[in-house]
Design a protein. Structure first.
Length: 117
């Protein structure tokens, strides 16, 4: 059973940065596209950044130019570097394997990001 463990969230002021990490167990990590999702209070979970098995990234418009997704297949880990954070980025962030944005496995616990002065 593949498990996902997200970390790196916290409280940050607007304009600040955070780096999220997602460690995945299982031998199939490198073959899967991965994604970072977020869920703000009262809103649906949304995919904000994806990365193919080959490392090609894509982003939702609201985070383009501010967030960078990357992966280290040797460590079974995917990262989300978040810069110039805004209050509207406040959410619980989750990672998952995904196919065309559809999550494939059980969600982890997520990591909370709060952007506030």
């Amino acid at each position: 059973q593949v498990q996902l463990v997200e970390s790196g969230g916290g409280l940050v002021q607007p304009g600040g940065s955070l780096r999220l990490s997602c460690a995945a167990s299982g031998s199939s990590f490198s073959r899967n596209a991965m994604g970072w999702y977020r869920q703000a209070p009262g809103k649906q979970r949304e995919l904000v950044a994806g990365i193919s098995s080959g490392g090609s990234p894509n982003y939702v418009d609201s985070v383009k130019g501010r967030f960078t997704i990357s992966r280290d297949n040797a460590k079974n880990t995917v990262y989300l570097q978040m810069n110039r954070l805004k209050p509207e980025d406040t959410a619980v962030y989750y990672c998952n394997a995904q196919r065309s944005g559809v999550p494939l496995i059980r969600w982890g616990q997520g990591t909370q990001v709060v952007v506030s002065s």
